[in-house]
Design a protein around this ligand. Structure first.
Ligand code: HEC
Length: 151
């Protein structure tokens, strides 16, 4: 008998072939990725950008406030500034900042402290924080925030 494939077997093999391709594509999709978590990336930036020279992680104030518990303090609006205002005045009561901008989230506050740190100076600290304007992009900021949340 001549070995001739019926049309349905050819079709079956074609479909089976497609399934094989699909399966191998999936294997690639679930392969472990080497990308670090946002918090890990933030930790690396905190180091490489020199933040830790001025901000400790153990609660002791250095040139700047310790980052230990910073996120909770910010969420609790427990941060006070020179001049007597608190984070809540700007974040919840909608007071305009001296720079005429407005804060709508703790993330905004972190951005402000990184880009224009003289606008709000944390009570008890000198206005010596450097500006990182143009040196941290949105991805860096997200990573830093993810890291600060862990401290
Ligand atoms: C040369 C010292 C110095 C460096 C470097 C520095 N900061 Fe600061 N930072 C300060 C000082 C001083 C303050 C408090 C005065 C103020 O509010 O401007 C401050 C305030 C802050 C605050 C507000 C803290 C609070 O309790 O409300 C955050 C958040 C912050 N810095 C994050 C960073 C991050 C992230 C980096 C690195 C990308 C960084 N700082 C680098 C000195 C520094």
């Amino acid at each position: 008998m001549p070995a001739r494939r019926p049309w349905w077997l050819a079709a079956y093999l074609a479909i089976a072939g497609c399934d094989d391709l699909g399966a191998s594509a999936q294997v690639n999709d679930v392969a472990p990725s080497a990308a670090p978590s946002p918090a890990d990336a933030g930790k690396a930036i905190f180091k490489s950008a020199g933040c830790e020279a001025c901000h400790s992680k153990d609660g002791s104030p250095l040139v700047g406030p310790s980052m230990k518990g910073f996120w909770k303090r910010a969420q609790d609006r427990a941060i006070e500034f020179e001049g007597g205002k608190t984070l809540g005045d700007y974040l919840d009561k909608g007071e305009a900042l001296p720079s005429a901008a407005k804060l709508t989230s703790v993330e905004d506050y972190v951005t402000l402290q990184l880009e224009t740190p003289r606008v709000l100076v944390v009570k008890g600290f000198a206005p010596t924080a450097p500006s990182y304007e143009g040196r941290v992009n949105e991805g860096d900021l997200e990573a830093l925030v993810a890291y600060l949340k862990t401290l």
